[in-house]
Design a protein around this ligand. Structure first.
Ligand code: BEZ
Ligand code: FE
Length: 298
C-alpha cells in the first residue's frame, strides 16, 4: 500500500483521514441555498477534499496556492483579469466554453464553433460602417480584408442586422488597453450585417503573442515549465436577437503555436487561410469567413 493512501493492487483502502469530515462540511449548507448552488458547491467540496487527501496536501503547499490567487486578485481591475488568466492556463475557460457550447448546440453542431472570450474584450467598442478599418498606425501590419455572410443555421439564409464584434492584438503582441502607445479602441470594432447578411472590414493579419506573464499567470507558467504564447487569432462575437450568440476566435493556419496554445482554445474548424488579395489597393490579404448562427430554441 502506498504511503499516500492509494491502493496498489486495486483493493480499496480506507482513508486514514476522518471519513465523515467531507459529508459534515457538505451537510452544513443551509436550506436557503438554491438547488443549483447546493449541487455545485457539494461537488466542489467533494472534489477539493478528495484532491487534498489524495495528494496529502500540506499547509505550506495550500498557502502557496492561496498566495498565487491573492496576487492574481490584487492585480485584477477593469483592464486586467489575472484570475481568469490562471483559469485559462489550466484550461478551465476552454473546458467551460466547450461544455456551454455543447449544451447550447445539443441539436446542432453546424453553427460556427465557439472559443473562449479571454480577458481583453470591451463592451464599448466603436460601432463602425462595413468596409471601414479597425487599424490605426500599425506600420508593419499586413492589412487584411475580412468579410463573409452571417447565415441562419436552419434556413441557411443570410441574417440581416447581426452584430459582429471584433478585436485583435497589434503586431507588438499587445491589445490596445495594455499599450499606452495605441489609440483607444485600436484594432476593435462592431459591425452590423447588411440586408445580404454581408459584413466586411479591414484588420491586420494577426500575429502570435504571449499572454501576460508579468504576474501570477507568469509564475504559474514557470512552475508548469510552459511558454506563454497564443497562436495568431482574431476574436469575434456574433449576436442577433432571437439567435444564440457565439463567442469565437479565428486562427491563422500558418501560425506557430496552433498545436500548443497556452490557453488550449484552438479548434480545427476555426483555423483558416489568409489568401493574397488582388485588385484592392486597400489590403494585401483576404480572409473570407461565414458566420453561422442558430435560432434560439433550436
Ligand atoms: C486572448 O486571446 O486575448 C487571451 C485569452 C486567454 C488569456 C489571455 C489572452
Ligand atoms: Fe486574444
Amino acid at each position: 500500500m502506498a504511503a499516500n493512501g492509494h491502493t496498489n493492487g486495486g483493493v480499496a483502502k480506507e482513508s486514514r483521514f476522518d471519513p465523515n469530515f467531507t459529508q459534515n462540511v457538505i451537510n452544513a449548507t443551509g436550506p436557503k441555498a438554491t438547488p443549483r448552488f447546493r449541487k455545485l458547491i457539494s461537488s466542489l467540496i467533494k472534489h477539493v477534499h478528495d484532491f487534498a487527501r489524495e495528494n496529502e496536501l500540506t499547509v505550506e503547499e495550500w498557502m502557496a496556492a492561496i498566495d498565487l490567487v491573492n496576487e492574481a486578485g490584487k492585480m485584477s481591475d477593469d483592464k486586467r483579469n489575472e484570475t481568469q488568466l490562471l483559469c485559462d492556463i489550466i484550461g478551465l475557460e476552454s473546458l467551460v466554453d466547450e461544455i456551454t457550447f455543447k449544451l447550447a448546440a445539443e441539436t446542432n453542431d453546424a453553427a460556427t464553433a465557439s472559443a473562449i472570450l479571454g480577458p481583453f474584450f470591451r463592451h464599448d467598442a466603436p460601432i463602425l460602417e462595413n468596409e471601414s478599418s479597425i487599424v490605426d498606425n500599425v506600420p508593419d501590419g499586413e492589412i487584411t480584408y475580412m468579410h463573409g455572410i452571417v447565415r441562419d443555421l436552419v434556413t441557411k439564409k443570410p441574417v440581416e442586422g447581426a452584430w459582429i464584434d471584433v478585436w485583435q492584438a497589434s503586431t507588438n503582441g499587445l491589445y490596445e488597453q495594455q499599450d499606452p502607445d495605441q489609440k483607444d479602441c485600436n484594432l476593435r470594432g462592431k459591425f452590423k450585417s447588411d440586408a445580404n447578411g454581408h459584413y466586411g472590414f479591414y484588420c491586420i493579419r494577426p500575429t502570435p503573442y504571449p499572454i501576460p506573464y508579468d504576474g501570477a499567470g507568469g509564475k504559474l507558467l514557470t512552475l508548469l515549465d510552459r511558454h506563454p504564447y497564443r497562436p495568431a487569432h482574431i476574436h469575434v462575437i456574433v449576436q442577433k436577437d432571437g439567435y444564440k450568440p457565439i463567442t469565437t476566435q479565428i486562427f491563422d493556419k500558418k501560425s506557430k503555436y496552433l498545436e500548443d496554445d497556452s490557453v488550449f482554445a484552438v479548434k480545427d474548424s476555426l483555423v483558416v487561410d489568409f489568401t493574397p488579395l488582388k485588385g484592392n489597393p486597400k489590403a494585401e490579404l483576404e480572409l473570407e469567413y461565414d458566420l453561422v448562427i442558430a435560432p434560439q430554441g433550436v
